[in-house]
Design a protein around this ligand. Structure first.
Ligand SMILES: Cc1cc2nc3c(=O)[nH]c(=O)nc-3n(C[C@H](O)[C@H](O)[C@H](O)COP(=O)(O)OP(=O)(O)OC[C@H]3O[C@@H](n4cnc5c(N)ncnc54)[C@H](O)[C@@H]3O)c2cc1C
Ligand code: SF4
Length: 564
């Protein structure tokens, strides 16, 4: 008998397959954090949906291993070109490839954005305001926190203070360090979440066993990914997830509406999926790349790019890692990397010489990642690196998560180089500006202070960046944005973008929960518009009713609910 307990293997029926020549209602490109939520909602609402995913359809039992090296296939390792004054490290440890996308390898920290994040221009005269407010998204935060679900403290004191529906996790050694260091400095911190990891079993998912392989997919199934939270329910409701299907171009009809997606299978054969509407959910790099690669007559600079902003205003968060060595054992691999944080420095403070702020969070690199960090942070090599690694269990690591502002010169363009499919790859340019540099300098020094206050004998830091968003931003003005507040492109009525690329600014909260909340909201909008998306050109921007009844049912009513 084969031992197969993954949620995918327990599905009662086979996945529906649409014949190649059949026109579906929605073709979604990319089944990641946003695409996974969208395909589930739209299928459950009765639409015919095909989702194309460039990577594999993971069988969690067979494909995943609790091993750093063995999990590198989870990442988008295809060629990308990087440049600018502060080039971003792309490839492994950046974005996901395969059903579930980045939600497969995320650490699952799930703080909400603050109300101020949606109004940074009004409040701080930097960046740009969102075309929606925190209060528009709040019901979706609450919905997704129950749906995926989120474990965390009973009281989260920052932004819009709130509690979490499921109880927190116990503290690991790194969490102890964060809480102790913050407390000694008089800073508030929270522990045990917010994180989309089960602190008690929930439906058909077991609770966390604290082995620390969250970034390797979590073979156990305790960590949320759309692969296990949403995709099974999408399939149950008749969606087809077509894996190893790399979208190469979105096709535009003469009447100015899209009519499907050209894609390549793993043998390089070209196919065409006809659809009445197309949603692009490919991540902040691949989404603009696909739209730029879809340039055609009348859209020479890429689809949905009449504003010229497609690819621009790409953002990454500052993600400096501060490592501290302690006399006592820390064992940073034990417990999920994401389990304690402080948002004391999140908001703009007029006493500082920069706008916006940062969060302080636990991170838990396993030995290979830790060794790389020590090479960068200390220049450790040879015997020196070996010596540091022998002390691995005595080190703790804390992260800065800092808000870098949206700048026009930080962008995704097409490079001359081509990938294995023969498609021009993305060239990603990233520069730090004055405000960003000041924020990073202050943030890393503050986190080093926290580490020392907790008793670290030696403290070093590595500069790095995390979480790319932006590059197809939303806005009310078609002259300065790509999509409207529900993700519909200003230029093409039946072309929608829904993923992290639509974010106008990024706050200093990890983006995944917000991306999924935006996707659930976009789905409600598309459902409420019905045929209007497929046929009409008139924009109706009425806020849709929230469809709580569309949550995957198996995610409700289990576990240890904390607040009603
Ligand atoms: C190591 C790591 C840890 C992280 N931890 C956290 C965390 O703790 N909390 C948090 O909030 N965020 C975290 N993130 C970030 C988070 O994973 C991403 O922000 C999020 O997954 C982005 O969602 P998305 O929908 O925009 O894209 P993705 O989730 O990346 O999904 C895009 C999907 O589209 C597919 N695709 C792309 N192009 C094509 C194409 N042409 N044809 C077909 N398919 C295509 C991709 O294969 C992928 O599956 C982490 C990221 C990393 C790298
Ligand atoms: S620590 Fe918990 S969530 Fe992370 S991989 Fe292990 S079981 Fe999964």
């Amino acid at each position: 008998m084969v031992h197969r307990l993954g949620p995918m293997q327990k599905l009662p029926a086979k996945m529906r397959r649409f014949p190649e020549n059949q026109t579906v209602d929605y073709c979604i490109v990319g089944v990641g954090s946003a695409g996974g939520v969208l395909v589930q909602r739209l299928a459950r609402a009765g639409f015919r949906v095909v989702a194309l995913e460039a990577g594999p359809f993971w069988d969690t039992e067979k494909d995943w291993v609790s091993d750093e090296k063995g999990s590198h296939e989870l990442y988008w390792n295809d060629l990308r070109i990087t440049g600018g004054t502060h080039p971003l490290a792309l490839g492994a440890n950046n974005s996901g490839k395969g059903v579930g996308g980045g939600s497969v390898h995320w650490a699952a920290f799930t703080p909400r954005f603050h109300p101020s994040d949606f109004r940074v221009y009004s409040e701080d005269a930097v960046g740009i305001d969102w075309p929606l407010s925190y209060w528009d998204l709040k019901p979706y935060y609450e919905l997704l926190e129950r749906e995926i679900p989120v474990a965390g403290p009973a009281w989260f004191p920052w932004g819009d203070p709130h509690g979490h529906p499921y109880g927190p996790h116990p503290l690991g050694g790194v969490g102890d360090v964060l809480v102790l260091g913050c407390t000694k400095l008089g800073l508030r911190s929270v522990a045990g979440g917010p994180v989309a990891i089960l602190s008690a079993s929930h439906g058909d998912r077991p609770h966390c066993i604290y082995r620390g392989f969250c970034l390797q997919g979590c073979k156990v199934g305790a960590k949320a990914s759309t692969l296990i939270t949403h995709v099974p329910n999408a399939i149950t409701h008749g969606a087809e997830i077509r894996a190893h299907a790399m979208a190469s171009r979105i096709s535009l009809r003469q009447d100015g509406r899209v009519d499907g997606v050209v894609y390549l299978d793993s043998d390089g054969n070209e196919h065409f999926q006809r659809a009445r509407a197309v949603i692009v959910s490919g991540y902040a790099i691949e989404t603009p790349r696909l739209l730029l690669n879809s340039a055609c007559a009348g859209h020479q600079h890429g689809l949905a790019n009449s504003s010229g902003t497609l690819g621009k205003y790409l953002m990454a968060q500052a993600g400096n890692v501060v490592a501290g060595r302690f006399e006592e054992l820390i064992r940073l691999y034990k417990a999920p990397p994401a389990h304690a944080l402080s948002e004391e420095f999140y908001e703009t403070d007029p006493r500082r010489d920069f706008a916006r702020g940062f969060a302080v969070q636990t991170v838990g690199p396993l030995p290979v990642a830790f060794a790389k960090q020590m090479v960068a942070a200390m220049g450790a090599w040879g015997w020196g690196l070996r010596r540091v690694m022998m002390d691995y269990n005595h080190w703790a690591t804390l992260g800065v998560l800092g808000e870098i502002l949206p700048w026009e010169d930080n962008r995704v363009e097409l490079a001359n180089e081509k990938d294995q499919y023969g498609l021009p790859v993305a060239k990603v340019t990233f520069n730090l500006h004055d405000n960003d540099k000041k924020l990073i300098e202050f943030g890393k020094n503050k986190v080093m202070e926290v580490m020392r206050a907790a008793g670290a004998e030696e403290v070093v830091q590595e500069s790095r960046y995390a979480h790319l968003v932006g590059a197809a931003r939303m806005g009310d003005d078609p002259a300065s944005s790509v999509v409207d507040k529900f993700g519909r492109t200003h230029d093409i009525a039946n072309l929608i973008i829904c993923d992290g690329s639509v974010m106008p600014t990024q706050g200093s909260a990890n983006p995944g929960l917000t991306i999924q909340a935006l996707a659930a909201r976009a789905a409600d909008y598309l459902i409420s518009q019905g045929e209007g998306i497929f046929n009409g050109d008139k924009r109706d921007l009425t806020t849709p009713p929230i469809r709580r009844d569309l949550s995957p049912p198996s995610t409700w009513g289990h576990g240890v609910p904390r607040l009603r």
